[in-house]
Write a protein of this length. Structure first.
Length: 169
């Protein structure tokens, strides 16, 4: 039931070109499309078997590639690795038997033809990642492909299923 309510909220927010707060009641930034609460949880990126299967990729796309267990961002028209360690693990059995739905999409902002699962369409707003102090210590069971902002280290933190990688200045 919570998932249905979340989808309705996100979809309705996109229709009305509004901002979305997940896990919190107020937004901290007028320049955000989506903000998350601070409950020692992160966002889990979409899992893909291989980056070559992604159609119409745009710069800024984030995924977890299960072929090499790495979090990747599409930047300057190439995939850039955000995982330091390639020894990640992911149990893909829950999704292996599911049929891909290439047209499935939630859009926040003015809808476009950009493909993706959750597409933030604003050209003047950004997504604020979940903020977690020391995620490697405080997120009890992180999922492969999880991403957060570490408030202690003031860095992007990504989990590849085995270890956290941190990206800062």
């Amino acid at each position: 039931m919570k998932k249905i309510a979340l989808i309705i909220i996100i979809t309705a927010s996109g229709i009305f070109n509004a901002q979305v707060a997940l896990g919190k009641t107020t937004l901290e930034s007028a320049s955000s499309s989506v903000e998350f609460g601070n409950e020692n949880r992160g966002i889990v990126l979409p899992w893909v078997i291989d980056t070559s299967g992604i159609q119409n990729v745009v710069n800024g796309t984030l995924i977890f590639d299960t072929s090499d267990m790495k979090v990747k961002v599409y930047q300057n028209n190439v995939w850039k690795d955000l995982s330091v360690d390639a020894a990640g693990v992911a149990d893909t059995s829950l999704q292996d038997s599911l049929a891909d739905q290439p047209d499935a999409k939630v859009s926040i902002g003015t809808p476009s033809s950009v493909s993706g699962i959750l597409v933030l369409e604003d050209n003047n707003k950004a997504m604020i990642l979940p903020k977690v102090a020391s995620p490697h210590l405080n997120i009890i069971s992180p999922a492969a492909g999880m991403m957060v902002y570490d408030t202690q280290k003031k860095q992007l933190a990504v989990f590849n299923g085995t270890v956290w990688s941190f990206w800062g200045e």
